[in-house]
Ligand binder design. Structure first.
Ligand code: UDP
Length: 329
């Protein structure tokens, strides 16, 4: 019997590499397709790497013909919100046109199952919390619009051409592989947990704290931090579910708990045993006050529950990875 394969587009990146490990642990072979523009070759450890750009139909087709995957997971995207505002064309090209190209080749080659990385940024500033999937989609960033537009494109293509897809609307992915093999390595890093760890470690000075005057208990924004390994496991369940039930899914994927930025800083102090030096800065453009998921649907549809998403496990696994990566001993 041949091993089932899954093509992991963007599998050298943060979430994609954790998904590759989860795919391997599920008994399948992860084949990573990545142009290494943001991802890292050293994060591809559980199967072959095909270097290529999703906008290149020939390269995608060659990978699919060589490996004949049963499903594709699509993580490749530009994600930095500020960069999207400065260079929207680049975002639409990578995120929307890139995914359209991928899907076209998949269908031509008879691969029908897709798990797509979406985001809670498609909702914009929600009128109600926790966030349920039926809330209005009013993204306030180019990034959010590229993801919403791609979901709409997938709905249309699915209706006309029989694509099956799961769009997983991530909240704040954080933490690192509990075995310490891979972690978060963005360049430049804009995310809260690695930035707070870096500041606590005495690397790069104080962390900028974006806004302490929000209408929340301690004045800082509220987010839903979901462990990247929990997130990765949801992709396996999603791929299995859309194939078994011949259905599409559009699901919020968070831990279902809101944490303030300040609470995360306290968790970083517990994990590192060091204070986090902060510089109070103004609000960051485009930040919503509070975002956290209603997890009813993801639990019901996938049978998924987070195992590692309590804030201390999120932060301590990230710290274990970064200590090694930053050679702190
Ligand atoms: N944040 C911060 N300093 C940083 C990075 C993030 O104060 O160096 C805040 C940010 O304003 C937001 C929260 O932490 O309220 C989470 O931001 P992140 O960029 O990690 O994720 P986002 O929610 O924007 O996807």
């Amino acid at each position: 019997m041949t091993t089932e394969r899954i093509l992991i587009v963007g599998g050298a990146g943060y979430i994609g590499s954790h998904a590759a490990k989860a795919v391997r642990l599920s008994g399948r072979e992860p084949v990573v397709f990545d142009d290494l523009s943001c991802g890292h070759e050293h994060a591809v450890r559980w199967g072959p790497l095909v270097k290529g750009d999703i906008r290149n139909a020939g390269a995608v087709r060659a990978a699919i013909r060589e490996y004949r995957p049963s499903a594709v997971m699509q993580f490749a995207a530009r994600i930095e919100v500020g960069e999207g505002e400065k260079d929207p064309a680049h975002f639409y090209d990578n995120n929307v046109a890139g995914t359209l190209n991928l899907v076209r080749v998949m269908l031509e080659e008879g691969v029908r199952n897709l798990v797509f990385s979406s985001t809670c940024a498609i909702y914009g500033d929600p009128e109600r919390l926790p966030l349920t999937e039926d809330l209005p989609k009013r993204p306030v960033s180019v990034y959010g619009r590229t993801k919403l537009m791609t979901e709409q494109m997938l709905e249309d293509v699915s209706r006309a051409h029989g694509l099956r897809f799961a769009a997983l609307r991530y909240f704040n992915a954080a933490g690192a592989d509990p075995d310490g093999e891979i972690g978060e390595e963005h360049e430049p890093e804009t995310h809260l947990v690695p930035n707070a760890l870096k500041a606590a470690a005495g690397l790069g000075g104080a962390m900028k704290l974006f806004g302490t005057d929000y209408p929340t208990p301690d004045g800082t924004c509220i987010r839903d931090f979901v462990h990247v390994t929990d997130l990765a496991e949801a992709h396996i369940l999603a791929a299995e579910t859309i194939a078994a039930r011949d259905t599409n899914l559009q699901l919020n994927l968070g831990a279902g708990q809101g944490r303030t930025v300040m609470e995360v800083l306290r968790a970083v102090e517990r994990a590192t045993g060091k204070p986090v030096p902060v510089e109070i800065a103004g609000r960051r453009a485009g930040d919503a006050v509070a975002l956290y998921a209603d997890t009813t649907n993801v639990t019901r549809e996938l049978g998924w529950t987070p195992r590692l998403s309590d804030i201390d496990t999120v932060v301590s696994t990230a710290w274990a990875f970064h200590r090694k990566a930053w050679k702190l001993g």
